[in-house]
Design a protein around this ligand. Structure first.
Ligand SMILES: O=P(O)(O)OC[C@H]1O[C@H](OP(=O)(O)OP(=O)(O)O)[C@H](O)[C@@H]1O
Ligand SMILES: NC(=O)CC[C@H](N)C(=O)O
Ligand SMILES: [Mg+2]
Length: 503
């Protein structure tokens, strides 16, 4: 679930983009990159690692210009090679750089067409390189030396015609400006904001509003599903609906886990949505187990804290931070391999025994996906002396793969796939397990913006809003994205020819 940012200002943007990337770091920990533009030159630095590790002072100095884009990556396609870190670049036409959050579901077909009909070369297996080249090819059709906003919007419309899946993108076109667009289903989030300075107005586009507020930008609004926005080199904003029949289907998992609680997405406060998830989860526990013997509610840091607080409040029991989180370990779910994920849970969380000893504890997490965290944590609670360990998930059972930008490609790895709540409860070693009901989760988010009618609920109910996800596609995805296939690919691409990239 990568993080993307784009900025145009009246002074160098390198530091501001860096700062914004640190704010969306929770969306992707594998690689980071910044591309800036000064005149007709683009400057790039990207590599594997966290934002703080990728950019040294000498790299920052070379990232010149008042306009730029940035990306932090959590791979969902291709390999983890640094050559697939973003932004990606193509020289023709004009010189274009692009950063993408999401995943294309028709990447295979587009790859073939780009090669056979559009005569474009792809140097990686990244679907984002495909998106970039489709956009570039459609811009080329304008056949103009001097682009106008209408030409760019026409290219974005053509991207919508050709591409399927989830995509929120920011791009730079040398000599023209910054472009951003969002898929017509509105699956992936994208917002833009403005900051007034003495030299004039500055614009910023980002995956999450928290990046805007951290940099002193005021949130203007979400980029609408299917909409394109341009900030030209004169600093003028142009917006246009580029899709026919767009609809909003924001990814529910953003609200459950991915987004930071202090973000506003599609006009919904993620924080408030998580509080409401806690309310309905507590209602369910009270309904199913009115005479429960829960002594204490303990969250599994970090993400579940907001919902857990409300569960405790509604159940009328104590809320205690029984697990301490090592602040230097990132998110485990978005780590690339199961071995690393498993090891990191114990490195990341440690129990405070006195909160567990002799007690009936209710552990609350935002979700149970592979069951890596819950299994380890329940054992840790028992080791710390808990009498009974109950578990509650603020999300319903995750039973289906994600194809729109979350690396959950196979049903095999999902602990709840084909299993009842009782079976999952036994597998994770809990004494009792409660899952949020899907209608309650939808409502917890929707109350924030009643205008939202539908959501991407695919991981919970197997319904894919783009309507193109076949059994065959899912089988191929599972083969290509297994841990073994990924590590084979990573080795194969280690030495790939890359753009000149300051090291
Ligand atoms: O069932 P699993 O496959 O373990 O996945 C679910 C867990 O992973 C996430 O935590 P993560 O450590 O990524 O991040 P957090 O610190 O934001 O909670 C999520 O919050 C759950 O705790
Ligand atoms: N999580 C994402 O948004 C991934 C973007 C893109 N599909 C990649 O793998 O780089
Ligand atoms: Mg967690």
């Amino acid at each position: 679930m990568c993080g993307i940012v784009g900025l145009t200002g009246h002074q160098p943007v390198n530091q501001a983009i860096y700062d914004a990337l640190t704010v969306v770091q929770h969306r992707g920990q594998d690689a980071a990159g910044i591309m800036t533009c000064e005149g007709d030159r683009l400057f790039l630095r990207k590599s594997n690692g966290l934002v703080r590790d990728v950019f040294a002072a000498e790299h920052m100095l070379r990232l010149r210009g008042n306009m730029g884009i940035g990306h932090c990556r959590y791979p969902t396609a291709g390999s983890s090679s640094s050559s697939e870190a973003q932004p990606l670049y193509t020289n023709s036409p004009y010189g274009i750089a692009l950063a993408h959050n999401g995943n294309l579901t028709n990447a295979g077909e587009l790859r073939e067409l780009l090669y056979r009909e559009d005569l474009r070369h792809l140097n990686t297996d990244s679907d984002s390189e495909i998106l970039l080249n489709v956009f570039a090819h459609e811009l080329q059709r304008a056949g103009k030396l001097k682009l106008e906003a209408g030409d760019i919007f026409a290219a974005v419309s053509a991207v919508h015609h050709r591409c399927r899946g989830g995509y929120a993108a920011v791009a730079l076109i040398t000599g023209y400006g910054l472009v951003a667009f969002r898929d017509p289903w509105g699956i992936r989030p994208l917002v833009f904001g403005v900051r007034e300075t003495e030299q004039g107005r500055e614009y910023m586009v980002a995956s999450e509003s928290v990046a805007l507020s951290a940099l002193g930008f005021e949130l203007v609004r979400d980029v609408a599903p299917g909409e394109g926005i341009i900030i030209d080199s004169e600093g003028q904003l142009h917006t246009h609906q580029c899709a026919e029949g767009p609809s909003a289907n924001p990814c529910l998992f953003e609200f459950v886990y991915f987004a930071r609680p202090d973000s506003i997405m599609d006009d919904v406060s993620v924080y408030k949505a998580r509080l409401r998830m806690g309310d309905t989860l507590a209602e369910k526990i009270n309904r199913e187990w009115p005479d429960n013997d829960i002594d204490v509610v303990i969250p599994i840091p970090d993400t579940s804290r907001t919902a857990a607080l409300q569960v405790a409040f509604q159940l009328g029991v104590k809320y205690r931070e029984g697990f301490m989180k090592n602040r230097y370990i990132g998110r485990t779910f978005i780590m690339p391999g199961q071995k690393q994920r498993k090891k990191s849970v114990r490195q990341k969380l440690n129990a405070i025994d006195l909160e567990f000893r002799g007690k009936n504890v209710l552990l609350v997490d935002d979700s149970i996906v592979r069951g890596t965290t819950s299994r380890e944590i329940i054992q840790m609670a028992r080791d710390a002396g808990a009498k009974n360990v109950y578990f509650a998930s603020a999300a319903p059972p995750v039973r289906y793969p994600n194809v729109y930008g979350i690396d959950m490609p196979t049903t095999d790895e999902l602990i709840a796939h084909g299993r009842s709540t009782e079976e999952v409860c036994e597998l994770i070693g809990a004494d009792r397990l409660f899952y949020q009901d899907l209608p309650d989760l939808v409502e917890a988010v929707r109350i924030g913006n009643p205008g939202l009618k539908t959501f991407d609920t695919s991981v919970f109910d197997g319904h894919y809003v783009t309507g193109d996800v076949s059994e065959e596609y899912l089988a191929r995805l599972a083969r290509e994205r297994s841990d073994a296939a990924k590590s084979k690919k990573d080795n194969q691409y280690r030495g790939v020819i890359d753009l000149h990239n300051a090291s």
